[in-house]
Design a protein around this ligand. Structure first.
Ligand code: FPP
Length: 231
């Protein structure tokens, strides 16, 4: 089984359009799928799941859509208290400082309270960009060198990975992108270096447990060589 599965939840807007509904209804349905698939992955014994909920570029969307996404996200933060009770570690990837204080405090609080759980970790990428992640880590590494806390030669892969937003989770084994596009869209660029990529035309709100099983089966059929030769 993959240890870490990441999801790009794409296709909410098209799902809604096909039904003559507003894009925001698509996002709401996408939120339901997120809850269902996260729970199912946990039941399947996956240790780490990461979902791309909002990118650093998504602020460019119409205000009405951004507001609707923030509302969904805020509702989830209220409900997420129960995930702590369910022994789920919650992590929020991305620059939290852009959110209203109440929201960012809630994220930090949920992270702190759930830090003790290690069987299942759910990461939600919000205001996240893969390039931004690498840049903020590089800036912190530069500062550590400037302050003479470390020397540049100490910056190896392990050290650098420890400065990324994902410091507490291993690299991605399987990346699942429904919605028909075949690209990473600035998601977990460093962490997907050796990920198996699974693309599907199904729109995220329709993504089912069966589709998840299919993606995992695809992964199990892959021969992962990590740059080495056939074993
Ligand atoms: C991309 O699909 C999706 C997003 C930018 C938002 C994803 C957010 C959710 C699924 C809701 C998350 C909710 C919680 C509770 C975390 P798109 O709208 O770009 O789809 P399109 O390509 O069909 O327009």
């Amino acid at each position: 089984m993959p240890r870490h599965v990441a999801f790009i939840m794409d296709g909410n807007g098209r799902w809604a359009k096909k039904r003559g509904l507003s894009r925001n209804v698509g996002h709401k349905k996408g939120g339901d799928t997120f809850r269902e698939i996260a729970r199912y992955a946990k039941d399947c014994g996956i240790e780490y799941v990461t979902f791309f909920a909002f990118s650093t570029e998504n602020w460019k969307r119409p205000k009405e859509e951004v507001d609707a996404l923030m509302k969904l996200f805020s509702e989830y933060l209220d409900e997420a208290e129960s995930y702590a009770k369910e022994k789920t570690r919650l992590i929020f990837l991305g620059d939290k400082s852009i959110f209203p204080r109440e929201m960012s405090d809630k994220m930090t609080d949920l992270e702190k309270k759930s830090r003790q759980f290690s069987d299942f970790t759910l990461s939600l990428a919000v205001n996240y960009g893969g390039k931004d992640d690498i840049l903020q880590a590089a800036k912190r590494a530069a500062k550590l060198c400037f302050d003479r806390d470390i020397s540049p030669s100490e910056i190896d892969e392990k050290f650098f990975a420890g400065l990324l937003y994902t410091y507490a989770v291993p690299d991605v084994d399987l990346l699942i992108r429904p919605g028909g596009e075949r690209r990473l869209s600035n998601f977990l660029l460093w962490q997907c270096a050796y990920a198996e990529l699974y693309f599907s035309d199904i729109l995220w709100p329709d993504f089912s447990k069966k589709d998840f099983d299919e993606a995992v089966n695809y992964y199990r059929g892959r021969n992962r060589r990590f740059g080495n030769v056939e074993g």
